[in-house]
Design a protein around this ligand. Structure first.
Ligand code: M6R
Length: 646
């Protein structure tokens, strides 16, 4: 949902800003812009362009990135970096802000691109979020004679800053006054010609990180944008303001009172945020799943002297006493999330009911938050969010807390709003997920849910000693089984090359597999733009089968042996309507051979855990279809990685 960056230091700001924006393009990519306080003219120079970041770089350097049609992507990448390196020759200055946009108010265009300025161009602002009362503010500013250049909500911030600056002659006070009048969400970066030594940043709801360097400081919407410069950061808290100078950073609360807080050290290295030889982040992240799962599982698994798994612990997240209280008091588990994280929650529902025998409901956060939900004593509330900043998920979390529920968060983002506001936090150790389509975050979310549900089952006496040891042994082996699937990816690639032009694709499955179907279908929609739906297999005959014709591909996920026969009958039903059929299964009894045109084999494990395995071929299928259709899987149209607006 838009990415913002800012720099103050001794280096030329322009390439620093553009390189930072490159790391944030996953947050929005319909236009980009920068504003730099030029040393030579003492004015703020603004450059903006509709479309991907490369168009902005081309505009600044007046050179093209792709010099010939046959240029490879890798060469185009290199040339892009080369041109970014030259941008400092065109705009000098050591203080600046930048933005990559995901349009909310106003179509993607040069004019609507950020930064926005006051009328004289002496103040520039970049913004991520939505100013909900912008209509009222705009009318008021217009009645004061301001003529707006763009259709954005953000432009009101620039004019309000100007209004208060004219009255206070102090840019910090102008920021404070302006923020007090904004409703909605924001992360902003502000520079002012009259204060060339500083950059001011603030946040409410939308995330913002301050990178603390040596003789230089940075702001960014997300950590990867500052990682190449520093690993010391401040995660700005709600309503905080930061004033960055080259040699220090001051933090303030919303009343302008100083706050003293140490920095947080980021453990990831740069490699984690780079493509590392893969054509796309999505492919890299699919391949990182064995290690991401291993890290996530090992963080909670105990091993005996014989090296075998001997137990699970969440004691780092929830003290054993409180965990026991949670478990014994749990009357119901309520899981809430959005998108892929919601799909993880659907798998979680099956896991909690199977392993812990606790009634579990799962709901999308955008519905939950407006339903006046019934929550009470004994409800354990679980929110799942990769980014930890999703607006609907946060609202659901706050609502659950206000009703007295204990909240457990499963998130990938240390320091995120979700992690800060929950009672207990379980981290997925997936590392940074850059591709918009979530892959390794999903499977590590599943890992946390399985472990939590087994712990609940163990504590409630549902899982006995022998069964616990068997389950843990199976679970510990899941990462290497994911690796086996990746080693056989050529079969999925080949299948994708024969199916990527299908007009309709359906995923079907039963129980855990119907949950996996939801995620598999979402993946395909997101990156290939093919029309794909997921159905509980038994539901086909109640309507959806009317859609089936020879141009339909039906992919069955089959990992529940007691239901194989039923599922095979469902596949027969679509096959007899001449659909192409494919099955993802661990079965080697031949149950699906007759009814399926293609079978992708996955390794066998405890059937409940197969959900972590069965989604991997589906992720690969989505990735290959996307590439075969000429899309950029890392930046699917109309989507953004972190949805910080409603
Ligand atoms: O950061 P979150 O996990 O809260 O994000 C939730 C969804 O926006 C996210 O999973 C989205 O559906 C992804 N694009 C899925 O690939």
């Amino acid at each position: 949902m838009c990415g913002i960056v800012g720099y103050v230091g001794c280096r030329n700001a322009t390439p620093v800003l553009l390189n930072g924006l490159r790391k944030l393009e996953y947050r929005g990519y319909d236009s980009a812009g920068i504003a730099v306080l030029s040393k030579s003219s003492d004015e703020i120079v603004v450059k903006k362009s509709k479309g991907a970041l490369k168009f902005l770089v081309e505009k600044i350097t007046k050179e093209v990135v792709r010099t010939s049609e046959s240029m490879s992507d890798a060469d185009a990448d290199r040339r892009f970096s080369e041109l970014v390196g030259k941008t400092g020759d065109f705009i000098d200055g050591c203080v600046g802000i930048g933005h990559t946009r995901w349009a909310t108010h106003g179509e993607p265009s040069d004019l609507n691109a950020h930064p926005h300025t006051n009328v004289s161009g002496s103040i520039a602002v970049v913004h991520n979020g939505i100013v909900e009362n912008y209509g009222k503010l705009k009318s008021w500013l217009q009645s004061n004679g301001i003529v707006f250049k763009s259709q954005t909500d953000t432009e009101v911030i620039a004019h309000l800053l100007n209004y208060f600056y004219e009255r206070t002659n102090n840019i910090f006070n102008a920021v404070l006054e302006t923020l007090h009048r904004l409703e909605g969400s924001y992360a902003i970066g502000v520079i002012c010609r009259d204060f060339p030594d500083r950059l001011i940043a603030a946040r409410k709801e939308s995330p913002l990180v301050v990178g603390v360097g040596n003789g230089e400081n940075f702001i960014a919407s997300d950590v990867p944008a500052v990682l190449e410069h520093t690993r010391e950061v401040h995660f700005l808290e709600q309503n905080e303001i930061a004033v960055l100078y080259s040699d220090h950073v001051d933090l303030f609360n919303s009343e302008g009172e100083k706050i003293v807080r140490g920095t947080t050290h980021i453990d990831w290295n740069m490699d984690a945020a780079e493509k590392g030889g893969y054509a796309h982040f999505m492919l890299k992240e699919i391949h990182e799943q064995p290690s991401a799962l291993e890290n996530t599982i090992r963080a909670h698994m105990l091993f005996g002297d014989d090296g075998k798994p001997s137990g699970l612990t969440f004691s780092k997240e929830i003290e054993p006493e409180r965990f026991r209280e949670l478990v014994s008091g749990a009357r119901r588990i309520v899981i809430t999330a959005c998108g892929t994280a919601y799909h993880a929650g659907v798998v979680g529902k099956y896991a909690f009911e199977k392993f812990a025998r606790v009634p579990t409901v799962v709901d999308v956060a955008s519905e939950f938050r407006y339903r006046n939900p019934i929550l009470g004593e004994g409800d354990v509330f679980i929110v799942i969010s990769q980014s930890g900043e999703t607006a609907d998920t946060l609202a659901a979390l706050r609502l659950a807390k206000s009703k007295g529920a204990k909240v457990i968060a499963i998130t990938n983002s240390v320091g995120s709003s979700v992690s800060r506001e929950s009672d207990f936090v379980i981290y997925t150790l997936a590392g940074p997920e850059i591709a918009v389509a979530s892959t390794k975050a999903y499977t590590t979310q599943l890992a946390c849910l399985y472990m939590l549900s087994m712990m609940f089952g163990r504590e409630r006496g549902i899982i006995g000693d022998g069964e616990y040891a068997r389950l843990l042994g199976e679970f510990a082996a899941v990462p290497e089984k994911v690796q086996q699937i990746l080693d056989e990816k050529a079969a999925v690639q080949k299948f994708a090359s024969s199916q990527f032009n299908k007009s309709k694709i359906f995923y079907i499955g039963r129980q855990f597999d119907s949950a996996s179907s939801l995620e598999s279908a979402l993946k395909l929609k997101e990156v290939s733009y093919m029309h794909c739906e997921a159905f509980a297999a038994g539901e086909l005959k109640h309507g959806p089968i009317a859609l089936v014709d020879p141009d339909t591909l039906v992919i069955a996920i089959a990992t529940e042996p007691p239901l194989f026969e039923k599922l095979a009958s469902n596949i027969e039903e679509v096959k007899s309507r001449r659909a192409v059929t494919m099955c993802i299964t661990q079965d080697d009894s031949g149950a699906f051979e007759k009814c399926c045109d293609e079978i992708i084999k996955i390794p066998a494990t405890e059937s409940a855990f197969e959900s972590i395995l069965s989604v991997v071929p589906a992720q690969l299928f989505a990735y290959y279809c996307s590439v075969l259709r000429g899309n950029d899987p890392d930046k699917p149209r109309n989507l953004a990685k972190s949805v910080t607006v409603e």
